[in-house]
Ligand binder design. Structure first.
Ligand SMILES: [Mg+2]
Length: 330
């Protein structure tokens, strides 16, 4: 990309962003120099959005700016980390003033909200691709991992599931929903809320955690594999939005909740011993995670129950594009 264009793009990102005291050298040098507070560890995550893979041409630039950051902050939340800095690698087919204005607006809004500073970046010419690397800090030894779940632990999700999948299906005309419901679920697809405060509250409380990016079954599967445990899920406990329950049958709603991607909610486990502490912490947070089941000793097996009865579940052959994990559903 010509120098003039790079400078143009650079202008969108070097101004009007939060400025943190721990950024010693930010954008403008060959690298950023950052202070990690004493007693903390650095957590680094990265995620890429590619046009026609993760989003289509109709997706607004503002939504992409938001989502490129949100999906990374969601990973930090799952680790119990506090977001601090991000860097951005942006590949654009051409320099488009209006697009960049809107994209940087979306990016800035979420960075402002979570006090996360952009400290570096790169722009190149090519098919539209957005890579964000996010950094966060966590007190030494307190990062939450996938591997700590134990039989008997309670299984939680942070919020209602499946809305993003319903939005995508509606966008593809696979399902008919009202325009108001479409507006609501589209908001969740394009502007996901990373559960950053909850993630930090789960340090010392959750025995394992993951963020749900590829569907509950697939992501819970990662916890079960890492922890060598199983899970039983009471399907009627899975939180569903009103937009979901008013738009599709219970069976279809559960399919979205279990297998569609892009929810960016947290899935985590809490031991019986920690449950009281957890409830107390939650009271101050203003969010209400829902207990949907329990961890079992049967390694990597997920049992789905509806009103106490085993639920027969066949995987959709043409499911969400990210849905590639083999399942252990029985
Ligand atoms: Mg993740």
């Amino acid at each position: 990309m010509a120098t003039g264009e790079f400078e143009l793009i650079d202008n969108y990102f070097t101004h009007r962003l939060p400025e943190r005291d721990d950024v010693i050298i930010g954008i403008g040098d060959d690298g950023a120099v950052l202070d990690v507070p004493a007693g903390f560890q650095l957590v680094v995550v990265t995620d890429t959005l590619v046009e026609n893979v993760h989003f289509d041409r109709q997706t607004s630039a503002r939504a992409l700016g938001h989502k490129a950051v949100a999906v990374n902050l969601s990973d930090l939340a799952a680790m119990g980390a506090e977001p601090t800095w991000i860097s951005l690698a942006l590949t654009l087919p051409h320099s488009d003033d209006e697009w960049l204005n809107s994209f940087s607006h979306g990016l800035r809004e979420i960075c402002d909200y979570f006090n996360c500073q952009l400290v570096g970046g790169d722009t190149t010419r090519g098919p539209l691709t957005i890579t964000v690397t996010a950094h966060g800090v966590v007190p030494k030894g307190k990062a939450i991992q996938r591997r700590g779940a134990k039989p008997g632990d309670w299984l939680y999700v942070s919020h209602s599931l499946g809305d993003a999948g319903l939005a995508l299906a509606s966008q593809k005309h696979q399902v008919n929903i009202s325009s108001e419901h479409f507006r609501q679920v589209s908001e969740r697809l394009h502007f996901p809320t990373p559960r950053v405060a909850l993630g930090q509250a789960l340090r010392d409380v959750a025995s394992s955690a993951i963020d749900i990016s590829d569907g509950l079954l697939a992501d819970l599967g990662h916890i079960l594999r890492a922890s060598q445990v199983g899970a039983v899920i009471s399907l009627e406990e899975i939180p569903l939005s009103l937009a979901m329950t008013e738009s599709v049958s219970q069976e279809q709603a559960l399919r979205y909740a279990l297998t569609s991607g892009d929810d960016y909610e947290l899935c985590f486990t809490v031991s019986e011993d920690q449950r009281g502490v957890f409830d107390t912490k939650l009271a101050t947070l203003g969010c209400k995670p829902v207990c949907i089941g329990r961890i079992t000793g049967q390694a990597e097996k997920i049992e789905l129950k509806l009103a106490g009865e085993p639920w027969q579940f066949e995987l959709p052959q043409t499911g969400y594009q990210h849905f590639r994990e083999p399942l252990e559903a029985s």
